[in-house]
Ligand binder design. Structure first.
Ligand code: BES
Ligand code: MN
Ligand code: ZN
Length: 490
């Protein structure tokens, strides 16, 4: 992981490969940039017709007279905007532009030297610099960004260091989730993924894994039904964190389909490679549990990862099968591609038995969520307005977009079937994401619950990579949930 530190000092003397300085829309140098730009003779803007200081833009120039070898001008957009997300993105742009050098110093924090801003900058650099080279054989020795020095006024050094430490924990947890999502599906089949999580979270929380025999004995019919078509059996991973005298108990549930082919209701070939990311909900829950102890979260947190591989093997479940979910509810499987709700139903019913104060599930549940709220936002559905608002407030702090969808009671009847308690598709009334939410609602009883459909923001297609979102898994949800948990206890 990239190392981020805070230091005070003259940016013109910063010993770094690159000095990243902010420039506002219209080419006005930020406070930290002014002396640097003056030293470079660059006070006249725009420097090029294309670089206007817009958010997302950057321009690399040489640095005669400075200690740094080059200067990276980073667009910050409007001068009067102050939200930390803008700085997080600018830092991400800088990190991606600086991937081939080892050491960066930056004056980005001089725009707003408060702790939220400094944390956002550190987070943006760490998330933007994160790459996955595990499956590259040759470029071990290639130079890469290793260190970022955030220049701050000397009066802010202590605060800045604390802010950076917190940001680092958030970024590390996010990147743990990203790495799990990016792992090829042949290397994270449910037993492998359960073992990897056990190894990665050793020391952070207690880990128990239910294998297929335990799942059968305890009636987890949804997980077993979805896993039948694969030679690798399902797993339920339970992660337990319990601080001394906890302030309440929440259960986090993650959809963990390690590969979603659709099963016998096979998906068409396009974009099926994306479907290794169908465990992004489970990955996010693992990321959260990796960090709660270090952050000193005061809430008891249980994580449930519902892991199965949805393949059309010879023993695969069939459309028409009736599955008995944990707790006894029966479901007619009309489409084997609506598998996420089957494994989540098991986990949600089990979660209710733990008598928590709240349940939050994260799932790449429906393509319809991308249609409804777009690629970059998750949809939240909830039976509790306070919980929903608290999650949205936390998401705003984290820089993750979360938008509510209603659980319209009028749509419930589409989940009826003459054959069983529910069907798993709910066709006929539209609103596929809401239908998914209504299906899950049947398994949470009276417990305050929120469902985050993260089908869009869990994954960044290569052509959409930008700022602190490199191609691939994003770790969406980790930072929102950590912020929510930290605020919940305060
Ligand atoms: N994992 C998919 C949802 C998905 C699709 C996420 C595309 C991201 C991109 C899920 O298991 C699924 O197949 N959902 C179906 C449900 C339908 C069959 C009721 C869908 O959304 O089409
Ligand atoms: Mn599916
Ligand atoms: Zn799926």
């Amino acid at each position: 992981m990239l190392q981020v530190t805070a230091a005070a000092g003259d940016p013109r003397e910063a010993a770094a490969d690159l000095l990243a300085v902010p420039v506002f829309k219209g080419g006005i140098g930020g406070p930290g940039a002014a002396p640097v730009l003056a030293a470079l003779g660059l006070d006249a803007f725009p420097v090029t017709p294309d670089f206007r200081g817009d958010i997302g833009q950057h321009l690399l120039v040489t640095a005669p007279g400075l200690t740094a070898k080059g200067v990276l001008l980073v667009g910050l957009g409007r001068m009067d905007a102050t939200d930390p997300e803008r700085l997080r993105r600018a830092a991400g742009v800088a990190a991606r532009a600086a991937r081939g050098v080892e050491r960066v110093a930056t004056t980005l924090a001089e725009v707003h030297a408060n702790t939220d801003a400094i944390a956002a900058i550190a987070e943006g650099f760490q998330l933007g610099a994160h790459t996955d080279r595990r499956f590259k054989s040759a470029d071990e020795d290639a130079p890469r960004l290793r260190e970022v020095v955030v220049l701050v006024p000397s009066s802010r050094l202590t605060d800045a260091r604390a802010a950076i430490e917190g940001a680092e924990r958030y970024a590390r947890a996010t990147c743990l989730a990203r790495d799990l999502v990016n792992t090829p599906p042949d290397r994270k089949r449910p037993p492998d993924l359960a073992a990897a999580v056990r190894r990665l979270l050793a020391g952070a929380c207690d880990v128990t894994v239910r294998d297929e025999a335990a799942l059968a004995q305890q009636g987890f019919g949804g997980l077993l039904a979805v896993g039948r078509g694969s030679s690798a059996p399902p797993r339920l991973v339970e992660l337990r964190y319990r601080p001394p005298s906890p302030v309440g108990h929440v259960v986090l549930v993650g959809k963990g389909i390690t590969f979603d082919s659709g099963g016998l209701s096979l998906k068409r070939g396009n974009h099926m490679d994306w479907m290794k990311a169908d465990m992004a909900g489970a990955a996010a829950v693992a990321g959260v549990l990796s960090a709660v102890a270090d952050l000193g979260v005061r809430v008891q947190v249980t994580g449930l990862l519902a892991l199965a591989e949805n393949l059309p093997g010879g023993d695969a479940q069939r459309p028409g099968d009736v599955v008995t979910i944990h707790g006894g509810t029966t479901v007619e499987v009309q489409d084997t591609d609506a598998e996420g709700r089957l494994v989540l139903a098991d986990a949600l019913d089990y979660a209710v038995g733990l008598k928590p104060d709240a349940i939050v599930d994260l799932a790449t549940l429906t393509g319809g969520a991308i249609t409804a709220v777009g690629q970059f936002a998750a949809a939240v559905m909830s039976n509790d307005d306070d919980l929903c608002e608290a999650l949205r407030a936390a998401a705003a702090v984290a820089g993750e977009s979360l938008w509510p969808l209603p659980l319209w009671p009028d749509l419930r009847r589409f989940l009826d079937t003459p054959v069983a308690d529910l069907n798993n598709v709910g066709d006929g009334g539209g609103g596929s994401s809401i239908i998914g939410g209504l299906f899950l609602e049947r398994f949470v009883g009276e417990v305050p619950w929120a469902h985050l459909d993260i089908a869009g923001p869990a994954w960044t297609p290569a052509e959409l990579a930008a700022h602190y979102l490199p191609p691939g898994g994003t770790g969406y949800g980790v930072r929102t949930l950590l912020a929510w948990l930290e605020r919940r206890a305060s």
